[in-house]
Design a protein around this ligand. Structure first.
Ligand code: FES
Length: 165
């Protein structure tokens, strides 16, 4: 009787050790799993197609605001960065969309479309950009940057090609 108890205790220890070993393996293996699951999160994945909205929701000549977050994984460290912009629809052709980056070209504050002012205003140093991103007022040295590659999916979603930096 006591022998079988002895055996089951030993088995229990074996099983417990196996579970703990498995857990440690899972934790240590997590970065590798990330690497396999989402290459876009890795250093090599600084480029990606990002959906910004449905083409049919973008009204003619009315800047359509979008934003997205990118997460960089560096070992155990995760850094989230926000990006955004405005899509300006000029016609019924998706390829003629003008897609502006909302990061001010002066010191990188975020500009906001203001209907009354008919322009994008920067809250940091009172700059103003036209609907097409040209500098109308203030210190920015150049027009708003453009996301110059975009495409439309079968479902009518506009995606921009994002490249970090
Ligand atoms: S950061 Fe926009 S005007 Fe200075």
């Amino acid at each position: 009787m006591s022998g079988s108890h002895e055996l089951s205790r030993r088995d229990f220890i074996k099983v417990t050790t196996g579970i703990i070993g498995g857990l440690i393996g899972a934790v240590v293996g997590l970065p590798a799993v990330y690497y396999l699951i989402d290459p876009a999160l890795q250093a090599g994945g600084k480029e990606a197609w990002i959906p910004i909205g449905k083409f049919e929701d973008m009204q003619l000549d009315k800047p359509y605001s979008f934003s997205f977050t990118r997460v960089q994984v560096n070992g155990w460290e995760r850094t989230a960065s926000s990006f955004g912009g405005y899509a300006v629809r000029k016609s019924d052709k998706p390829e003629e969309l003008l897609i502006l980056n909302s990061r001010c070209t002066h010191l990188a504050c975020t500009v906001n479309w203001n209907e009354a002012a008919n322009g994008y205003l920067c809250p940091c140093h009172d700059a103003k950009f036209s609907k097409e991103g040209e500098v109308l007022d203030g210190p920015p040295p150049r027009p708003l940057d453009v996301y110059d590659e975009h495409r439309i999916t079968e479902d009518g979603i506009i995606e921009i090609f994002f490249k970090e930096g």
